[in-house]
Design a protein around this ligand. Structure first.
Ligand code: 6MZ
Length: 360
């Protein structure tokens, strides 16, 4: 097996609807095409297009949401996405998604999220731990679980982040936080702020984010995907648990970030495909890595950008001249930035320690 695939990994920035298999998306679009809801040939072209601007990516998401916003489909894509991450040895996944309301099909934000949790339960290729052990002290401490009948299955820890879309109002954002609080026993550990970065005002989301944090939820923010110094500074002052991207920072913001020690979720392929960073050799990964700022590699939208976490590790290794040992250490360091509790962190430390013994 490819080394990048076999190495255990931690994925902390993956959007559910951006991580759908192309084959599934095409199959679902085909079904809607037959019903006459969409024009399949137009949609097929959009799904298979490789390079997209940031603006086109958000148009694609609107299309994906038309195709996927149905309870059964949400369950199916969740199941597949978790199976795909587990297949490439992601041992801990923080999956984020925007709870959606669609009155015409009887979907509420809660029923959308229940469909996601159903998807976690439906996974059969691997054992999914999505938080029911968190309150106990006796968690299973290996990446392989014993089913009790002699057969062993791989295991993946999955935790959920509920995303607030930048198109939402303060009230809608607050509803998402309330829902996250009610679903904590089902593996919800935090809140993400995402969506088209050219839309919406920081002040709209701030009350919900403050409330989330007061209630003990962790917060991660998409920060600096487009130039917006005022917002970037406000976001850094908020001291979120992590930020994603950090592409369009100026000197002042870099120093503020570095002194804050806020971990950065780096999504190389996403940044290159959307041209928020012109080429990999000028990507801020190198500077942050060299200055020992906390960073971690993530996929963002493995389906939309045709990537995988193994591909991201391989790309970083070849682009920045880092060897397997350094990349393994980078993956292991991500344990320190997860939003799940210390019981899970300890389990992950053991999984990486055991994998380290088997390194070539
Ligand atoms: C900002 C992004 C994103 O929530 O429907 N999303 N937001 N920047 C990005 N970088 C390219 N990639 C994805 O997954 C899709 C949603 O995640 C956010 C957008 O709001 C998108 O609609 P869910 O599962």
């Amino acid at each position: 097996m490819d080394w990048w695939v076999s190495m255990p990994k931690v994925e902390l920035h993956a959007h559910l609807n951006g991580s759908i298999r192309n084959s599934t998306l095409l199959e679902l679009a085909g079904e809607l095409g037959e019903k006459g809801t969409i024009n399949f040939s137009d949609v097929e072209h959009v799904i298979l297009k490789n390079d997209r601007s940031l603006r086109e990516v958000f148009k694609l998401f609107d299309l994906i949401h038309i195709i996927t916003t149905d309870h059964k489909i949400v369950t199916r894509i969740t199941e597949e996405v978790v199976e795909d991450f587990a297949a490439e040895n992601v041992v801990y996944l923080e999956l984020r998604t925007t709870p959606k309301r669609n009155d015409s099909i009887g979907m509420s934000k809660r029923s959308y999220m229940e469909a996601v949790v159903e998807g976690l339960r439906a996974v059969s290729t691997v054992e999914v731990d999505f938080g029911s052990h968190d309150l106990s002290t006796a968690a299973d401490s290996s990446a392989i679980s014993d089913k009790g009948n002699g057969t062993q299955r791989k295991k993946i820890y999955v935790r959920l982040l509920l995303s607030i879309d930048r198109r939402e109002t303060t009230t809608a954002a607050m509803e998402t936080v309330e829902l996250a609080l009610e679903m904590r026993h089902l593996g919800v550990v935090g809140i993400d702020l995402s969506g088209n970065p050219t839309i919406g005002e920081w002040a709209t989301f701030l009350p919900a984010l403050i409330f989330a944090r007061e209630q003990g939820l962790s917060v991660t923010l998409h920060c600096g995907e487009v130039p917006n110094p005022e917002e970037i500074r406000a976001m850094l002052s908020f001291l979120p648990g992590r930020i994603g991207h950090a592409c369009c920072f100026e000197e002042d913001e870099w120093s503020k970030l570095k002194s804050s020690k806020i971990p950065v979720e780096i999504c190389l392929t996403s940044n290159l495909r959307t041209e928020t960073i012109p080429s990999v050799d000028v990507h801020h990964f190198a500077d942050l890595y060299n200055s020992k700022h906390p960073i971690l590699l993530c996929t963002d939208d493995s389906g939309v950008f045709s990537t995988s976490l193994s591909d991201e590790y391989s790309l970083a290794s070849s682009s920045f001249g880092l060897g397997k040992a350094e990349m393994f250490q980078l993956a292991r360091d991500a344990i320190g930035f997860i939003f799940a509790n210390d019981v899970v962190k300890k389990e992950l430390v053991k999984i990486f320690a055991s994998a380290a013994r088997n390194l070539d």
